[in-house]
Design a binder for this molecule. Structure first.
Ligand SMILES: [Zn+2]
Length: 75
């Protein structure tokens, strides 16, 4: 039983990680430049990406000031 479940649970965990980490936007909400997935913050809506670390910090201080424009196809 264990030998069947282990690989299944592992692949489920990896799938969840990928979806949780994928940014919901492709435009920086702070200055509207193209965002890069390496700069991202987790929010209730999902991961939000930014163009640079400065924008990421600005957003982290007051998330309400910067509405996130979700990319097409995102939930
Ligand atoms: Zn920015």
């Amino acid at each position: 039983m264990k030998t069947i479940l282990a690989p299944l649970l592992l692949s489920l965990a990896m799938t969840a990680t990928v979806f949780a980490g994928w940014p919901i936007n492709d435009e920086c909400p702070v200055d509207h430049k193209a965002s890069r997935p390496i700069y991202r913050v987790k929010t209730d809506d999902g991961a939000v990406s930014f163009c640079c670390a400065d924008c990421m910090q600005k957003f982290a201080k007051s998330p309400g000031s910067y509405p996130v424009k979700k990319k097409e196809g995102a939930k």
